[in-house]
Design a protein around this ligand. Structure first.
Ligand code: NAI
Length: 286
């Protein structure tokens, strides 16, 4: 199967970048977000990003005009997905919200449309009972910033058809990414499981008073050559996203994750990381 038309659901941090990356490569893309203010913000972000590429000499005016003509911000989900060959879901990391989105999507798309979720931790079988054709359902996990990071984890479930995995793998490659196959469903896939082990140990060391989070970051950056320590990286990915994941683990296991109270306090205070200008570190708010 060939992908011609892509739809992205959710225009937040990830959705807008996944959509724009697809338009750059050059697919025709519709993007939908439930909130009108997010749809407006996507338009502003797209204009500024592309103007910046021209200013830096990375793209020509002509290229940018082409990208803009392929990138459509749409007001309803039905309109956004009606001709889509591939729909990539990138709404908030909440099972109830994603389940409702997949249920609705399944009633709107063609029988053979591929439905992918960009969830950080939820495997696609979580949604297989609410879609009409689970053989077209899988995980397609991008990394932040999705315009830059190469990795896309393509994770199949037992319900996913081979052809769907191959098609999505080929699409990721065609859009400049380096896909990897995850052959069996596992929570968190590959890279985030490794990261999770690092986070767990980092939070333990800080929680138990062995060091500050700043020094822990310095140790990883200067001793291990990591481009960012775990706390600085968490500011980039969003403290609220980590807290959502912690909450889910807490509900599922009854065991309070390490650092839970600190993350709760940060979310309550709006210290969400770079996007709010403050997280573990302070940033100039754009
Ligand atoms: P975000 O909070 O920036 O964006 C989520 C967007 O979904 C919001 O704009 C919200 O208005 C929209 N939304 C909520 N319900 C909706 C609905 N029913 N229909 C349409 N839009 C709806 O979140 P972010 O960071 O972009 O994450 C999105 C997904 O990508 C999550 O599943 C997350 O786990 C995953 N992800 C996030 C990464 C990150 O570093 N932030 C990295 C890789 C995956």
């Amino acid at each position: 199967m060939e992908i011609k038309k892509v739809a992205v659901i959710g225009g937040g941090l990830m959705g807008r970048q996944i959509a724009l990356n697809s338009a750059i490569y050059p697919y025709d893309v519709n993007i939908f977000d439930l909130k009108p203010e997010v749809r407006e913000a996507v338009q502003k972000w797209e204009d500024e990003y592309l103007a910046g590429r021209i200013a830096k000499g990375r793209m020509s005016e002509e290229q940018v005009a082409g990208i803009k003509s392929r990138f459509h911000i749409i007001d309803t989900m039905a309109e956004a997905v009606k001709d889509a060959d591939l729909v990539i879901e990138a709404v908030v990391e909440r099972k109830d919200v994603k389940t409702a989105v997949f249920q609705e999507l399944s009633g709107l798309v063609r029988e053979d449309t591929i439905l992918a979720t960009n969830s950080s931790y939820m495997v696609s079988s979580t949604f297989k009972d609410v879609v009409k054709n689970p053989s077209r359902l899988l995980n397609m996990h991008y990394f932040n910033p999705a315009l830059v990071m190469k990795l896309v984890e393509v994770c199949r479930g037992e319900h996913t058809a081979d052809e769907v995995v191959d098609t999505v793998y080929a699409f990721a490659e065609a859009t400049g990414k380096t896909p990897v196959r995850v052959e069996k469903e596992i929570d968190g896939f590959l890279a985030n499981r490794i990261l999770s082990a690092i986070y767990g140990e980092a939070r333990k060391l800080v929680d138990e008073g062995y060091c500050t989070y700043q020094d822990l970051d310095k140790a990883c950056e200067n001793g291990l050559g990591h481009p960012m320590g775990p706390f600085r990286l968490n500011d980039l990915t969003g403290v609220d996203l980590t807290f959502d994941i912690m909450n889910r683990r807490y509900q599922e296991t009854g065991v309070k994750p390490r650092g839970y109270d600190l993350y709760k306090q940060m979310v309550d205070e709006g210290r969400l990381g770079r996007k709010s200008g403050k997280g573990f570190y302070d940033y100039e708010k754009k």
